[in-house]
Design a protein around this ligand. Sequence first.
Ligand SMILES: *[C@@H]1O[C@H](CO)[C@@H](O)[C@H](O)[C@H]1NC(C)=O
Ligand SMILES: *[C@@H]1O[C@H](CO)[C@@H](O)[C@H](O)[C@H]1NC(C)=O
Ligand SMILES: *[C@@H]1O[C@H](CO)[C@@H](O)[C@H](O)[C@H]1NC(C)=O
Ligand SMILES: *[C@@H]1O[C@H](CO)[C@@H](O)[C@H](O)[C@H]1NC(C)=O
Length: 358
Amino acid sequence: MLLSILTSVLAAQTTAERPQKPIVLSSSGGFQIGGRTIHSPFNPNLTLSCDHGYMEYFLPSRPRKTSLVMWHSSSTQVFQNRWDGGPGYKDLFLRRNYPVYLWDGPRVGRANWACEPTLYIPTYMDTANFAAWNFGPRYKQWWPDVQFPTDSEDAWQQATSARYVEYDTKANVELHARAAAAAADSGRVGEDIVYLTNSAAGLRAQLTATLSNTTHIKGIVAYESIGYVFPDNINVTAGKGGFGPYVVPVEQFRKLARLPAIQFVWGDHRAENMSSVVESRVVARLINAYGGNARVVKLGDVGLKGSTHIPFADLDNGEVAGLLDDFLGENGLDGYVDGGDDEGDDDGKDDGRVLLKG
Ligand SMILES: *[C@@H]1O[C@H](CO)[C@@H](O)[C@H](O)[C@H]1NC(C)=O
Ligand SMILES: *[C@@H]1O[C@H](CO)[C@@H](O)[C@H](O)[C@H]1NC(C)=O
Ligand SMILES: *[C@@H]1O[C@H](CO)[C@@H](O)[C@H](O)[C@H]1NC(C)=O
Ligand SMILES: *[C@@H]1O[C@H](CO)[C@@H](O)[C@H](O)[C@H]1NC(C)=O
């Protein structure tokens, strides 16, 4: 007990003493996009503007060109903080001068003004969340190496209660993709967009890329994507639910191959024969067969152990962010709007270090 208090005090001090570059923004804000206006069947003069998505933005004072759109399937919170409350992807990449966008698709989070009735039935999800987010094989049986502060009941409470209603139906996937494509094509998210997605948002982002009519979308980094988009010229039967397989005309599928780069990322505790891992390999091969650049990355293969379903919130998210730096750099997506480079600028790559483990 005393030791653990001492350790946290020491860790807190180390964090406090670490000189942190302030995050300097030129502006922040948000907007609604991609919805529609419906008329009352009883009085067409009465309207409801609904089914839009909500985009919150944070623009660094000296921005890089690529906008990072952080697309959750549980809640924006997973991008805002690490499991232990430390910096999440939002701050890590603002310190690196990337414009950061937090997206709530239609009907979820801060875009919950729906055009149709929605239904929320409380179900006892905590147990299911634990396993679905791969904190361990069964409720409260943590993987021994898990990148989560397992001794903190508060961290677990924060994680499980941050969740939004998801509406994982096929119609909802399409609604989200249409709103996101409208946002991408509008230019209001910049002209170079990389989606960072988690779980079911990966399917929505793939579909978005097939619906967009501009070249604004430059990449997708899908962390543990559940659900994939397939072309209609192979023998894949579309699923009926919200997790795919999703089948689109091959001409539309080819748009995925026109993106400069796509990565499907998996944690080390995912078996190679898990159906979504298998699908990610098939889809990456198909995208590449059409001239694209898609890769499956197993974090265990590059030395990261104990990843959860949401690796960018893990205690080692600094390391996970480092891999994203490599992805952005290798694909020419890390340039500045002013054409300059990182000179004299602490890019903050050090901020995500694990201090609280042990
Ligand atoms: C709708 O508005 C129009 C124009 O103001 C008006 O003439 C009409 O009576 C209104 N309809 C109803 C059902 O209120
Ligand atoms: C792209 O173009 C098609 C065909 O004109 C159109 O149906 C679709 O709505 C457009 N997509 C977006 C996001 O505007
Ligand atoms: C397509 O899949 C079905 C069901 O698995 C199978 O019966 C059929 O032979 C397949 N067709 C082709 C052309 O591979
Ligand atoms: C995956 O492989 C493991 C070990 O070979 C096996 O026990 C398990 O049944 C397989 N699961 C699936 C979904 O095929």
